[in-house]
Design a protein around this ligand. Structure first.
Ligand SMILES: [Zn+2]
Length: 436
């Protein structure tokens, strides 16, 4: 009896992650994501894609080719980013979906009838095997750029599989901490296969803590604290720690935070429910276009220095609040003293780069002040990877989440640590598998 690992999605480009781990003829699927940049080609919201057949979504490379996996008895999801959980709304797995509480809520939003099991860290889930195999899933706490990110660990009769996709090692996060102790223990128990993201494996050094982003946010906002103009900021809707830093600055400047946009509305309320975000009591939050329009109308007529807006649109998404503001789709006009603060960087793909270029050109035409790239990554750099690798000391490594260049960067790091490509480091493409 052997273990088979199948690369389903996320092994040729960033996005639509899915890996199969098969033991004794039964498969646990890990992650089930969308590819967001491809989705954007169709200029639509993910739920609007439901009109397409699954085969078409696979052809468009929006979801992983889930049919590659046979006899799936459980679906594990590492965290709530859509490139890890977003596929479940289309493929609708009819098996237990094991994930963290925050990610389970994100999954349930679009796949209401899904059999989500929200597990805390260190609260293992016994997967029901049809052939009485002992299969167990444990979620280990790790830091990333969304609350409740985990490193899933699969305990199987053929050995332990660790899945670190995505993660960073942030020792100063205010909402999470890497569980080095547990990771080291598992390393001592013996890890048969280590599936690991490689998005920034080629970056020298260590990814800075979110503490650095917090300081940068503070630095920029302090510099415009006396501005008579409006402050409009934008960031990832699920980056709750970053959002907290922005809301804290609104408090510091004595401005009313006004949060505008559907995805921000959903994430902010969710994080508040989990006690992960403190929203100032006088904050205003609006989701739908009409309510957003009314709020902007009021702000446009009021004292601009009284408000700090947090809006959707950090990547220049065409249906976002910021893009619609720039297109004068709301009863609102930019003025010269207004400040736009991008608390993100542009995710490097042609769609985002184009969208952001267009958005910034439009914004500049109003004469507003623009601050950009206030950001640190949520993905591990080379030395973070080395640290985790040395804690786990796996027998085999399967670099995931990235094109061949990114995964080769991980393979290079592994070879520095004594591993050999094709012997115990395996560069799989979407659709390929190995038996170990
Ligand atoms: Zn992620």
């Amino acid at each position: 009896m052997k273990m088979k690992i199948t690369a389903v999605g996320g092994y040729n480009a960033v996005g639509r992650n899915m890996t199969g781990v098969t033991v004794g003829g039964e498969t646990i699927a890990v992650d089930n994501g969308l590819r967001l940049d491809t989705l954007q080609l169709y200029d639509t919201e993910s739920y609007e894609m439901r009109k397409f057949k699954l085969d078409e979504l696979v052809r468009m490379k929006i979801i992983p080719d889930h049919k590659m996996l046979d006899n799936v008895i459980a679906q594990v999801v590492s965290h709530g980013h859509l490139d890890h959980v977003g596929g479940t709304m289309f493929t609708k797995p009819k098996v237990p979906i094991i994930t963290t509480p925050y990610a389970a809520e994100i999954g349930r939003k679009e796949y209401k009838e899904g059999d989500f099991y929200a597990r805390g860290y260190g609260d293992p889930f016994d997967v029901k095997s049809r052939s009485n195999q002992e299969l167990r899933v444990e979620l280990i706490e790790i830091t990333h750029s969304i609350p409740h990110t985990s490193i899933p660990v699969l305990y199987t009769p053929e050995g332990i599989v660790v899945y670190a996709n995505d993660f960073k090692l942030d020792n100063h996060s205010k909402i999470a901490a890497p569980d080095y102790h547990r990771l080291k223990q598992i390393g001592k128990e013996g890890v048969k296969a280590f599936i690991v993201e490689s998005v920034r494996a080629g970056e020298t050094g260590k990814t800075p803590s979110e503490m650095v982003a917090r300081a940068n946010v503070k630095d920029v906002f302090e510099s415009i604290a006396d501005s008579k103009g409006l402050i409009i900021s934008t960031t990832f809707s699920s980056h709750i720690e970053r959002i907290q830093a922005i809301l804290d600055m609104a408090e510091y400047m004595g401005r009313v935070p006004v949060i505008l946009g559907r995805s921000l509305h959903f994430q902010v309320q969710l994080a508040k429910r989990f006690g992960l975000l403190e929203i100032p009591p006088h904050a205003e939050i609006f989701a739908n276009a009409k309510a957003v329009g009314n709020a902007l109308k009021k702000i446009d007529k009021g004292r601009r220095e009284d408000y700090l807006l947090l809006v959707t649109g950090h990547q220049g998404e065409q249906k976002s609040v910021l893009c619609r503001m720039a297109d004068s789709k709301f009863p609102f006009g930019f003025r010269k003293k207004d400040n736009i603060v991008f608390c993100t960087e542009v995710i490097p793909n042609p769609v985002n780069e184009t969208n952001r270029y267009v958005l910034e050109r439009k914004l500049k035409s109003f004469g507003v002040r623009i601050f950009r790239d206030i950001h640190v990554s949520g993905h591990a750099s080379k030395e973070d990877h080395r640290r985790l690798l040395n804690l786990l000391k796996p027998e085999r490594i399967i670099p995931a989440h990235g094109g061949i260049e990114m995964r080769a960067n991980y393979a290079n790091l592994a070879s520095e640590e004594g591993y050999e490509i094709n012997k115990n480091v395996h560069l799989l493409d979407n659709g390929s598998s190995i038996e170990i």
